[in-house]
Design a binder for this molecule. Sequence first.
Ligand code: ARG
Length: 473
Amino acid sequence: MAQLWGGRFTKQTDQLVFDFNASITFDKRLFHEDVTGSIVHATMLAKQGILTEEERKSIVEGLTGILEDVDDGTLAIDETQEDIHSFVEATLIDRIGDAGKKLHTGRSRNDQVALDMRLYTRARVAEIDGLLKKLLEAILDTMENNLDTYMPGFTHLQKAQPITLAHHYGAYFEMFKRDRQRLTDIYKRMNYCPLGAGALAGTTYPLDREYTARLLRFEGPTLNSIDSVADRDYLIEFLSALSTIMMHLSRFSEEIIIWNSNEYQFVELDDAYSTGSSIMPQKKNPDIAELVRGKTGRVYGALMALLTTMKGLPLAYNKDMQEDKEMAFDAMDTAADCITLFTGMIQTMKFRKDRMAKSAMNGFTNATDAADYLVGKGVPFRDAHGIIGRLVLYCIEKDTSIDALSLEELHSISDKFDEDIYDAISLKTCVEKRLTIGAPGEKMMKQVIEKNKEYLKNDAIEEYQQSLEDRLS
Ligand code: ARG
């Protein structure tokens, strides 16, 4: 049990109270950010004449040494300390003596933790964005190779109209593209430095907050010291974006589970991404897809937990806010793992193109096109809809499909049918004639793929970082 404070206390903290209050077991994750922030703080203090050059040098060397020693394993993070901030400061004082006691000048743990968490989150936003980019590359790759892989498109999980695998994957491309745009927005919006806000009301020391912000690669300092220590919006936004990413992954997983079922057999998962059953020898289960779908719940949980934690908090800092960490860390880890594993799974998964095309041929996915054919022959659409409806009924009774009917049989329902009906309702025609923007026709899909390739050449967060770098230097 070790703590930075105690001057005004006459009794020792109860051990249970100390343990309940302590956060080092999970905020030790912020070690690098804490040291980085402290080095910058000391640098700024020296520039402002609040620390001497000698003190600055001693502090920076001390902190750098602690960083190296923890990283190479020669120094263990001491979990009897209350939190990571206490550990770093206590270790520094232990190593360099009195100069170390000056590090916390003009700073509170409230703005310190606000900075650490922001630095940590900012890096993870960029990391998740990078993982999504790899997922998008994998999706685009499948799209390029499956422009004429026909499959049924569904509504209500009932076969609706024929599409291609490229087109179906294209839907997910758009979703994850939007997810990345959200991350870019969050990154930019959160990129302001809270350090220098003190406990809540700033400080009387002449801190140069612009300088601190610049050294830490922020857009600038936050503009209200109360908000600086009380704001967790950026984290809530990130958890919300992660929840949306998980929701998308979960929908995709659900489809893969369906496609992998014995009834569908559209895909075959790679052995490396499936598991067996301890009792049923025939089983090859889509566990990774199921786990991604299942883990979506805990990411939503983290978002709900933080929203609920924050909802009743008076300004400014309250200890409740220490609860912003564990579940958020878990959500970030979970989302990162899920994106990575999901990408591997779809990269190794094989498509049963024969089964997909066969499925698209059964189930009257060409019924709309058959109706459109009659419209082309001068039949009003509503009447054509009725004729094809009767035709479908006839097929169901005879257990056959529209394209398998003879011209005679077709004529028994309507004399508007000609020989050219077969070509008009073939899978290929049904897909290829759909050439409006966003439709599955190959020509249109190729244009979309080109656009997406262009999109993948640029990296919005990297570009932003670079532009910031240019502006700051
Ligand atoms: N462990 C604390 C947290 O995560 C650090 C800030 C402590 N500040 C305080 N006033 N007790 O929120």
